[in-house]
Design a protein around this ligand. Structure first.
Ligand SMILES: Cc1ncc(COP(=O)(O)O)c(C=O)c1O
Length: 380
């Protein structure tokens, strides 16, 4: 029984693509405990170190947390909307200067729910080739058509729009701001120009930028001053906020449409009130205080050639990438190999994600180890 599946798993193993779950012993801010070692964790999205942070957790529980429960026991449209959900939505609407905001249970729920609901029959989405799987899945579930333009290639996007825009009713351009695997940043100002010229709506997924970029920590749209030009902004709480969940903010009509038509929103139990309260508490009390730290992190990343706190180190082969991670493990660093299908074939890599408490020297030593290890390999 299950021979077909076994065969596929064997194939994955033979290509070093097989994945399994790891039994970590614990996490403590920027460190992770694995196989009896304390390692500097360069593979989390805990950009501001609010997750796995005893002091932050204790402060929240002592000041606010005791008022909230661990289960909402209902979807939002049934009995799952308590005041704290509205408060967080209103807080975000106010910060972004948008009419309305809607919470989702995760970034995955948000992207799947938004693209699949808004892209109806006769509509179209133009999506950056490197957009997250959740955006791709949402487009695939939609009734409309979609095109994927080459990564950050504005000329290709414009050519596509010249050719296709006239054939469709509503049109959306979707991009991430900070790309999750490459750490580069979309040409958002140019996309704003293009969306205006071709009468499209623009959706920006700020999953990796929310809490990190911008004066108030709202993301790249804020830092570029284009928040008003972007129709829908998506952000997630499972990364810099150290919580769980996501939001989309924008026009009242679109948000009302999502409340009524977005299946991943409608048919899922709302997040626990305590998580919503934690997210709200972090945004209200901690975002502004981390400004200096996150700016320092971005400066360190710049010194290592990246426009964001995500630094890709492209190795190429799967096995070489896995081997490099093992060498780094023995030197006190936790890194993960990123392999196809997450990234294109032949571009397996380490994705180093920094946290706000990283020291420049820690990264310098790590880069030296990587270079040494890759040089030894190429000499063989
Ligand atoms: C760009 C982007 N969007 C959305 C998501 C999904 O967010 P979540 O983990 O909250 O489901 C991710 C997750 O890694 C992401 O990288």
């Amino acid at each position: 029984m299950y021979d077909d599946y076994r065969k596929i798993l064997d194939e994955l193993k033979s290509k070093s693509h097989f994945r399994n779950l790891k039994d970590f012993q614990g996490k403590d801010e920027k460190y992770i405990y694995y196989k009896g070692k304390k390692l500097l964790n360069l593979s989390s999205n805990n950009y501001l170190n609010f997750a796995d942070n005893k002091a932050v957790t204790e402060e929240f529980l002592e000041t606010v947390g005791a008022d909230y429960s661990f289960g909402s026991a209902s979807a939002r449209l049934l009995t799952g909307t308590l005041p704290v959900y509205d408060e967080l939505e209103q807080l975000l609407s106010g910060l972004y200067g948008k009419e309305k905001t809607l919470l989702y249970n995760s970034g995955y729920h948000a992207n799947v729910g938004i693209s699949s609901a808004l892209n109806g029959k006769g509509d179209v989405i133009f999506s950056d080739k490197l957009n997250h799987a959740s955006i791709i899945d949402g487009m695939q579930l939609s009734q409309g058509k979609f095109f994927r333009f080459p990564h950050n290639d504005m000329q290709a996007l414009e050519r596509l729009l010249q050719r296709e825009r006239g054939m469709f009713n509503n049109a959306f351009i979707i991009t991430e701001s900070v790309f999750s695997m490459d750490g580069d940043i979309a040409d958002l100002k140019q996309i704003v120009e293009i969306k205006k010229k071709y009468d499209c709506s623009m959706i920006v997924d700020e999953a990796h930028a929310f809490g990190v970029f911008g004066d108030k920590g709202l993301g790249v749209c804020e830092s570029l001053g284009i928040t008003d030009d972007v129709d829908l902004i998506v952000g997630t709480f499972g990364k810099a906020v150290g919580s769980v969940g996501a939001f989309v903010t924008g026009s009242g009509v679109l948000i009302d449409y999502l409340i009524n038509k977005s299946r991943s929103f409608i048919f899922s139990t709302a997040l626990p009130p305590i998580n919503i309260a934690f997210t709200k508490w972090i945004i209200e009390n901690k975002f502004q205080k981390t400004k200096e730290k996150r700016e320092r992190m971005l400066k360190i990343a710049k010194n290592f050639g990246s426009d964001s706190h995500i630094i890709p180190v492209i190795v190429g082969g799967n096995k070489e990438t896995v081997d490099l991670c093992k060498v780094l493990f023995h030197n006190g660093y936790f890194t993960l190999p990123i392999r196809p299908p997450t990234v294109p074939e032949g571009t397996s890599r380490l994705r180093l994600s920094l946290t706000a408490d990283i020291l420049e020297d820690e990264l310098k030593v790590l880069m030296e180890k990587i270079n040494e290890s890759l040089l030894v390999k190429s000499d063989k």
